[in-house]
Design a protein around this ligand. Structure first.
Ligand code: PLP
Length: 232
């Protein structure tokens, strides 16, 4: 067994234990591997060990790595800040963009998605911790942006994404996750066109995935927990 396969197994066991502890079905929590700065060969090892979903947060890396991964069927999500001049390139490789945080970006993605065979799945990124360094719309503005995204013809709003509070206080981390669940509940219940299926909650990373799963995460994004500490 490769080191990647062994740590992937350990993370799967953590997510399953957390789901069961929360009275949830482990199959309702998908594992997305955050593969920033991970070489294609190690991503291939993760695929060989059964991984099917990866996330890239830089356009350059996405474009550089995906051609080496085309032999294995997988799903790729874009999870980082997306500059408008990179939209077309990212769209070529990504199945979903989780970091939509403005109406302007949403409209640009919609125009670029016109030529795709199927609609582009998107998540809205919400800054639930209020930390200034974090991207995302405020929880208060999420409903309005969801209505815009829902109205766009070539985008399919699947849910919401957040990066948890950067805090050693578990209560603060938990609040940043329950906050995202509340945003999703309000949007899905709003009756706005195109928002009724926005149930995915992408939240939780290597250090706090148990807290996110307890708060309802349907997708956790794990990097170091599987690939080890990244070189800086
Ligand atoms: C890197 C990254 C992760 C994973 O973080 P780890 O602490 O390495 O598990 C999750 N989400 C995003 C957006 C990231 O950039």
């Amino acid at each position: 067994m490769t080191a990647v396969a062994a740590s992937l197994e350990a993370v799967r066991s953590r997510t399953a234990t957390a789901a069961e502890a929360a009275g949830r079905d482990p199959d309702d929590v998908r594992l997305l591997l955050a593969v920033k700065r991970v070489e294609a060969v190690r991503i291939q090892e993760a695929f060989a060990a059964g991984a099917t979903l990866i996330g890239q947060n830089r356009a350059q890396e996405l474009i550089a790595t995906e051609p080496d991964l085309v032999d294995v069927p997988h799903e790729t999500h874009f999870i980082g800040h997306l500059q408008s001049n990179k939209v077309n390139q990212v769209m070529r490789w990504a199945d979903c963009v989780q970091s939509v945080d403005s109406a302007k970006l949403a409209r640009r993605l919609d125009r670029a998605a016109e030529t795709r065979e199927r609609d582009l799945d998107v998540f809205i990124q919400v800054n639930t911790s209020g930390e200034e360094t974090k991207a995302g719309v405020t929880p208060e503005a999420a409903g309005e942006l969801a209505a815009v995204v829902g109205s766009l013809e070539h985008l399919h709003l699947r849910g919401f994404m957040t990066i948890g509070a950067n805090s050693s206080d578990a209560g603060e981390v938990r609040a940043s996750y329950t906050g995202l669940a509340e945003v999703a509940r309000a949007v899905v219940g709003s009756g706005e066109a195109g928002t009724g299926e926005a149930r995915e909650l992408s939240m939780g990373m290597s250090g706090d995935l148990e807290i996110a799963i307890a708060a309802g995460a349907t997708m956790v994004r794990v990097g170091t927990g599987v690939f080890g500490t990244r070189a800086v």
